[in-house]
Design a protein around this ligand. Structure first.
Ligand SMILES: [Ca+2]
Ligand SMILES: [Ca+2]
Length: 319
């Protein structure tokens, strides 16, 4: 106590020995605590997205008045819950005109004052309505105040604004899988496509047949197809959700030399007419035809046999 008196007398510029009874009752009216609005993240449409208003580094906190505002272009306020770090035993008002949040409350005797940090004063609940960073901030035009149980202001010395970062709803996913090619050990060069033609398409498959179609809209799609030059395509309906959607593995049947979705005498004739030709280019009719079904740069019995074995097969169902 002697130290407290010394600080008081020196701060007032008085000599020691003045009226001690006045000095004993003195409390410094300077800010000491801090008030913080926490941050959170949400997606558009999320309800009950909360931030907390917290008091830190306070001594003998007994009441609080706070004046905040929030970004009503991105958030709708749904609830203000006072406490529980400080008990709202005397609640003067809790109102939210427009985009404002005001609360004023005190504890009530015999409840003891609160000292420490991490004291939750209120929890604010919002619905996220639009993407972007929505600030929840102290209004500079109104005085946010801590009170102790003697009715003195004890801060806040600093006020830290909060925010909710709202993300746009996820509207696309990706589709992955493997396309294997009959008669080949290297399965590169095929593609997978949603909503042919014109829908999102994968890059050419890797040697293992792996593919990924990116940025596919969420929902049910009538057709996912696997296509390779010289092979019958395979199709199935496919529903896409957010994230990665495995479509499984499909093995394409070889022999559709003219790419008309049927293996028949036209394909056999096309191959026979070019029998024993060599080289990488076998597209005398159009770019989308080939007699070299297995891709080994020679037209021979291997191509003819696989085609004949798939005679009269048509577009396949992707399992
Ligand atoms: Ca054909
Ligand atoms: Ca061949």
């Amino acid at each position: 106590m002697a130290n407290a008196i010394t600080r008081w007398t020196s701060s007032r510029g008085s000599a020691p020995g003045n009226d001690i009874s006045v000095a004993i009752g003195f409390q410094p009216q300077v800010g000491c605590g801090d008030i913080v609005v926490t941050t959170n993240v949400a997606n558009v449409g999320d309800a009950n997205v909360t931030v907390q208003v917290i008091a830190n580094s306070v001594a003998n906190l007994y009441g609080v008045q706070a004046y905040l505002q929030y970004d009503s272009s991105k958030l709708n306020l749904s609830n203000i819950a006072l406490g529980p770090g400080l008990l709202p035993e005397v609640n003067v008002a809790t109102s939210q005109p427009g985009n404002q949040i005001n609360f004023q409350f005190s504890q009530l005797s015999p409840t003891l004052p609160v000292t420490g940090s991490g004291i939750v004063l209120a929890t604010l609940s919002f619905t996220a309505t639009a993407p972007g960073v929505a600030n929840i901030e102290f209004r500079p035009s109104a005085t946010t105040l801590f009170s102790d149980n003697n009715g003195f202001s004890i801060g806040p010395a600093t006020k830290t604004n909060g925010s909710i970062t709202v993300s746009a709803p996820v509207s696309t996913g990706s589709v992955t899988g493997n396309i294997l090619l009959q008669a080949r050990s290297n399965h590169s060069g095929a593609t997978a496509q949603i909503d042919p033609s014109g829908g999102p398409i994968s890059p050419a498959t890797t040697s293992t047949g792996a593919f990924t179609i990116s940025s596919v809209s969420i929902g049910a799609h009538p057709t996912l197809q696997a296509v390779m030059l010289g092979y019958l395509k395979a199709v199935k309906p496919f529903t896409v959700a957010a994230g990665i959607n495995p479509a499984g593995t499909v093995t394409l049947l070889g022999g559709d030399a003219n790419m008309d979705n049927t293996i028949n005498v036209l394909d056999l004739s096309f191959i026979a007419a070019r029998y024993l030709q060599t080289g990488p280019v076998y597209a005398p009719v159009a770019p989308s035809t080939t007699p070299d079904i297995n891709g080994d740069n020679v037209v021979n019995i291997l191509d003819l046999s696989v085609t004949a074995a798939n005679y009269l097969q048509t577009t396949q169902v992707w399992p």
